[in-house]
Design a protein. Sequence first.
Length: 333
Amino acid sequence: MVSLEECLKGINTDMRSSKSDVWKNQINTNKPLKSFGILEQYGYKLSNILGININITNRAVVIFAGDHGISDMNLSVYNKSQTKKVLHLLSEGMTPLNKIINQNHLDLYCVDIGVDGPINVNNILNYKISNGTNNIYQQKAMSEKKARQAIEVGIEIASICAKKNIQIVALGEIGVGNTISSSVITAILCDLTAEQVTGRGTGIVGDKLIHKNKIIGEIMNRCSKNPISLLAEAGGFEICGVVGFVLGCSFYKIPLIIDGYITGAATLVASKLHAGIKNYIFASHQSSEPGHKFILQGLELEPMLKLEMRYGLATGAALTLPLFESAYNLTNV
């Protein structure tokens, strides 16, 4: 297993194709330069990472799942048992994501890294570190040791993708209560207030939303900007797993399409650990969560779509994966 330190040391900008080679290749594409607008920019970046004129055949969706102790405070429409329920539906092919995956013939890897209780499903990868986090309103989510362990699980999943020659990945997560963690992380790293980043999550309104704002503000008061410390204070195991996966994909030079708010917040943490990840990531969409636009600004990414989605579970990333693949093909012979 590649350690966090080894991974950070190994991330670099030595792409498979230089920008000049990618640009020269455009001469033979039988289209006017820039005729496909922003799609071409995505295609150029993918060409840098993947190389020129590659046949993309292996595409995957990767999801990290974990539960949050703060979900017991009734700040979400759903309780944490919903995480396990969705995983069972996912394994049975009955979620919106399954429809997208089936339509586009994508592989799926779902990782239980911190779900509360056993998941008795054959096609869920078991890398469980703990049965969910502590209640972050009352204490740290986890120890820094466990945060690092979860990050290294993410790196390991990236290595599995590399060994299977996965060429492009759509990345997402699931975990009831994780919008609170993501709001804290976003506010701390982007120097924002709780009110600027707090949204409805899965649909809360009124007094519950006001209470959520207050809770997030109080949690923020004891959080550090140090990435590992912040994850230990206010993160989730699935968020840590996403951080590690982003770092790992950058290490193995696998282009990565990130999903919405929670995945974005984790990617922002990864960027604080190594700025070089920005060379390997793409934003699928901008969600309706108010903090998401600040994350995308921090990552210097333009989203492919703006559809006011807030479902999660990698649906935005999976929806746009074929568009990114088309962008690559349009800018290659």
